[in-house]
Design a protein around this ligand. Structure first.
Ligand SMILES: [Zn+2]
Ligand SMILES: [Zn+2]
Length: 154
């Protein structure tokens, strides 16, 4: 498999894995850290939630080290790093406007991602969240419908 295919496949698999991780771990046993990110003003300072990033970064450094013995692992680690960079840019900088970011994206994909994630934050509790992805979001209308369905249940 070419290295580029390996990097792109890792990137796509990461989105799938991280979406499931967000839904079942961060909104599950990891809520102790993630709750800080669902409080009133996410992104306004350092949050306990940032520990997830620290843990993932350390794990990726280990993977790079292992990649010294087996080259494909090095390329997988690069795919994970690329995912981390995109996550940081799209989720933290663009959506939550960390580090003084004021830019409002005009691009349809980015607008959908930002709006869907803001709707994810409309729910402060651990249970019943919507739109757990960070690079992919369902159409905004779908997310709004899920939110309405959730509200009519409670
Ligand atoms: Zn969340
Ligand atoms: Zn967020």
């Amino acid at each position: 498999m070419s290295h580029l295919v390996l990097v792109i496949a890792t990137l796509l698999l990461m989105e799938l894995a991280v979406t499931l991780f967000h839904k079942h771990v961060m909104h599950g046993t990891g809520w102790r850290w993630h709750a800080s990110h669902h409080e009133a003003r996410p992104g306004s300072g350092w949050e306990r939630n940032d520990w997830f990033g620290v843990v993932f970064s350390c794990a990726t450094v280990l993977l790079f080290a292992l990649g010294g013995f087996h080259q494909p692992i090095w390329w997988i680690a690069l795919g994970i790093t690329l995912y981390g960079v995109l996550y940081g840019l799209l989720h933290d900088v663009v959506t939550h406007r960390r580090f003084g970011m004021k830019w409002q994206p005009k691009n349809a994909y980015l607008r959908r991602l930002v709006t869907a994630h803001r709707l994810h934050h409309a729910i402060r509790e651990r249970e019943g969240g919507v739109s757990f992805g960070f690079l992919y979001a369902p159409p905004v209308e779908t997310v709004r419908r899920q939110l309405r369905a959730r509200r009519s249940r409670t």
